[in-house]
Design a binder for this molecule. Structure first.
Ligand SMILES: NC(=O)c1ccc[n+]([C@@H]2O[C@H](COP(=O)([O-])OP(=O)(O)OC[C@H]3O[C@@H](n4cnc5c(N)ncnc54)[C@H](OP(=O)(O)O)[C@@H]3O)[C@@H](O)[C@H]2O)c1
Length: 402
């Protein structure tokens, strides 16, 4: 029996993980859960799964959940809150395996502490690796524990790498659907609505990752994630647009062989793979091979989608730059979702923040969180003053903020 903690249990990945656990009750036990602010979902998950501990982001929500559980006489579930609560969920002594699926840098502390506590990690939260990948992977190596990617592309690469040694890899090919605006002229980007950007052609995901997929920042994060998970230089990680999202990614070896992984576009499959690794077990997620008839591939347009270029630049510098990349994106995407900035302004704000933040090496999670907060403040300033900012772009590039 594998004993599981889910960080972000009320989100898209969290629910898919619970659905996998539901299908294999003889294999998986849910021990702890961490939610954000969705009280109804947290209550129904606590009622269904009876975890030892459940955490809410805010204290008031934790109090409300405690009261609701008491009202239906559900006892024995400890309700905690905040980042300390999420850490408690991630490091619970009865947990073997932690699914990291809180969105954004909010999941960083709990994810890192899970690794430090010697848990096996199933990693969906790519922002953790973008902001603090060097620290997390170094700690996992120290602990001798695997980091198992749940992100479908990295999960595919992990599977392909079982066909060779890491020093036999010529390059990694990350596939990208291209998002909903693959064929939209750049001149129309400023008129893109939130509703259009949230309409991803192949995957149903949370709001942030869906917008990141539309700007190709998600693919940029995945380049960084691949560099850090598989110890690859950025030059060996290439992106290929593949609108059908059938091939989830590929690994090219030095002898010229290319291994690709394909399967249904259903996140329950990479979750199942991570939860059962190194075994493979029977599932009903079948892919019809006749669907392989039509597969398109083309290189990404970095001019039209500057977020991908910015991610390559940030990972080349490393340190605080990738922290700033994620923080600025988090702020810019939230501002777009709130209607404060246009779609085309997302990369402009990120580029401004990157230009202003230094690339110092970050030695601890505390320093990562400090750099994150600083970048976030700066990005927020850019959002709030965006009209003034546009006229001052040239001058502000030289500003040193770090
Ligand atoms: N969805 C996918 O197919 C997919 C694929 C690959 C990678 N990922 C990655 O997986 C992560 C989760 O994505 P998602 O699509 O599942 O996102 P999502 O549906 O938006 O879910 C996010 C989860 O994080 C929780 N959360 C947010 N802020 C929190 C906080 N401060 N403290 C504790 N919990 C907090 C949310 O709780 P509430 O809902 O209760 O507020 C929710 O459970 C992201 O990093 C994403 O990039 C997702």
């Amino acid at each position: 029996m594998k004993r599981i903690a889910i960080l972000g249990s009320t989100g898209s990945i969290g629910r898919s993980t619970l659905s996998v656990a539901e299908s294999y009750p003889e294999r998986f036990q849910i021990v702890t859960l961490a939610a954000g602010s969705n009280l109804d979902a947290a209550f129904s998950q606590a009622s269904r799964w009876r975890p030892r501990v459940i955490s809410m982001a805010a204290e008031a929500d934790a109090d409300a959940l405690r009261a609701r559980l008491k009202a239906v006489e559900l006892r024995g579930i400890e309700v905690v809150h905040g980042s300390g609560g999420a850490v408690q969920v991630a490091t619970h002594p009865e947990v073997d395996f932690v699914v990291s699926a809180i969105v954004g840098v909010a999941g960083l502390e709990a994810t890192y502490e899970a690794v430090r506590a010697g848990k096996i990690l199933g990693l969906a939260n790519k922002e953790c690796l973008v902001a603090a990948g060097e620290l997390i992977t170094a700690e996992a190596r120290r602990q001798g524990k695997p980091l198992l990617p749940i992100d479908s592309e990295h999960n595919a690469i992990h599977q392909c790498l079982r066909g060779g040694q890491i020093n036999e890899v010529e390059r990694i090919w990350l596939t990208a659907s291209g998002g909903p605006f693959l064929n939209t002229p750049q001149s129309e980007f400023d008129a893109i609505t939130v509703e259009q950007a949230l309409n991803h052609p192949t995957w149903k995901m949370g709001r942030r990752i869906t917008i990141d997929s539309a700007t190709l920042m998600n693919k940029g994060f995945e380049v960084i994630e691949a560099c850090r998970l598989f110890q690859m230089p950025p030059a060996k990680v290439e992106v290929m647009v593949h609108p059908q999202s059938t091939i989830h990614s590929m690994v090219e070896f030095v002898d010229g062989s290319i291994l690709a992984q394909f399967s249904v576009t259903d996140m329950r499959l990479p979750i199942l793979y991570a939860l059962t690794y190194p075994e493979r077990i029977q599932s009903d997620m079948r892919f019809s091979v006749s669907d392989l008839r039509h597969l398109d591939f083309s290189p990404p347009d970095l001019k039209k989608f500057p977020c991908l270029r910015l991610a390559y630049e940030a990972v080349e510098c490393g340190g605080a730059k990738t922290v700033a990349l994620n923080a600025a994106d988090e702020v810019a995407v939230a501002a777009f979702l709130e209607g404060k900035i246009g779609f085309g302004e997302i990369p402009v704000i990120i580029e401004e923040v990157l230009a202003a933040i230094g690339s110092g090496k970050l030695e601890s999670i505390a320093s990562v969180l400090e750099a994150d907060a600083e970048s976030r403040r700066y990005a927020q300033l850019r959002v709030d003053n965006r009209k003034k900012t546009i006229s001052k772009i040239a001058g502000s590039r030289a500003t040193s903020f770090a």
